[in-house]
Design a protein around this ligand. Structure first.
Ligand code: ADP
Length: 362
């Protein structure tokens, strides 16, 4: 039954510093009353959203993440996952207007900094009100809901340092607490989560996904995240970094530091000769490794301080980025002598958007 005030459509939006994540709930069954009442514009919007996988030049629907037959507030339906660069917000608003969103005069649930930054634009340009929710509340609510709903949401990387043996293994996260949640977006937030409504933000760093992409564009001339990851995939960071063996000629065994450990990120690049021999692929890889290892090391210190053993990494920095996931997995394992476990989630960047959709009560 459709409760009053829960009028469709249901959207959740997480407007971040780099990407805007949009989650759309498409009901499976529409009551006769709803069908009669459904205005033509809503039908059009539904069709537009669910039939396309690309919207304009920069919008994408992640069809592989779609969740069918889920239950939200007593309604069954499908969750669709859509993203576009936040800098395209102007075009998004124009599109929403041209599709007649204005005539629906509904409220859109929104979270992330953009929910504040763009609130006026939504009102003025599309006549939409935003129901604003806190981004960290939404992140946790969304991840707990998706994890409970999708049996193969949570996984870890086994044998992360072995190219051939390494693969994804499902992880049973049915008793989640306590865990550390590391959200790697443009920047990084680290939360200690002890219960569904019991968490604190314990740390963070401004050296995040945005830093990787920014530095990579500067150093290699690339223009997109996908391009940066492709370059990094074939690059060799040891041509850029100074390793323990570059300094010691081998291991620094007294303190258990192996020769292939990075002693100084980008430490070779002070030499002109070295600079002349590195490729943009090597630079992209070194940037990725530097940012990832720094996040890994801060996460480890947080886990140790909080006496928490499971660390869940989320955020779009991990999108199409197995290099970073494996690095985080192996660094966690290695430096904790096997006591820390790095966990990952399939819907990595979408939890904030899902969480704010769930909190909407009309
Ligand atoms: P935010 O909410 O701060 O935008 P996200 O969790 O969406 O954070 O992650 C943004 C980061 O994800 C970027 O800084 C970049 O490292 C990475 N990323 C992944 N895919 C893309 C993409 N298509 N465009 C831009 N950045 C991307």
């Amino acid at each position: 039954p459709c409760e009053s005030g829960n009028s469709m459509p249901w959207f959740g939006m997480d407007i971040g510093g780099t990407l805007c994540k949009l989650v759309y709930f498409e009901p499976k069954y529409i009551t006769k009353d709803e069908a009669d009442a459904e205005v033509e514009t809503l039908k059009n919007i539904r069709q537009y959203l669910t039939k396309n996988s690309a919207y304009g030049k920069t919008g994408h629907r992640d069809a592989h993440l779609q969740m069918d037959d889920v239950c939200i507030r007593g309604r069954r339906g499908t969750l669709h996952f859509i993203r576009f660069p936040t800098c395209e917000m102007g075009n998004f608003l124009a599109l929403a207007k041209s599709k007649g969103m204005a005539t629906l005069v509904t409220t859109v649930c929104a979270t992330g900094g953009g929910a504040y930054k763009f609130e006026e634009n939504f009102k003025k340009e599309v006549n939409l009100s935003l129901a604003k929710f806190d981004e960290l509340d939404s992140l946790i609510k969304g991840m707990l809901y998706i994890e409970m709903t999708n049996p193969c949401e949570c996984y870890y990387w086994c044998d992360p340092t072995d190219e051939d043996k390494c693969n994804k293994v499902p992880y049973d996260f049915s008793h989640p607490y306590p865990f550390l949640l590391v959200n790697i977006g443009s920047g990084v937030s680290i939360l200690a989560v002890h219960g569904p409504n019991d968490y604190k933000r314990i740390s963070g760093t401004s050296l995040g996904g945005g830093t990787f992409l920014g530095l990579c564009c500067l150093l290699t001339g690339c223009n997109t995240f996908e391009e940066a990851i492709e370059l990094a995939t074939v690059g060799d960071s040891t041509k850029v970094d100074k390793l323990v063996r570059d300094i010691y000629g081998g291991d620094y065994s007294r303190f258990g530091l192996p020769g292939d450990l990075v002693a100084s990120s980008f430490g070779q690049m002070n030499s002109k000769d070295r600079r002349n021999t590195v490729s943009k692929e090597d630079l992209a890889r070194a940037t990725l490794v530097t940012i990832t290892n720094n996040i890994g090391s801060i996460s480890r210190m947080c886990a140790r301080n909080e006496k928490i053993e499971r660390v869940v990494f989320v955020g779009n920095f991990l999108r199409v980025n197995p290099i970073s996931m494996k690095l985080l997995a192996s660094a966690m394992e290695y430096w904790s002598e096997g006591t820390l476990k790095a966990l990952f989630l399939e819907h990595e960047g979408y939890f904030g958007a899902v969480g704010c959709l769930l909190q909407f009560t009309g």
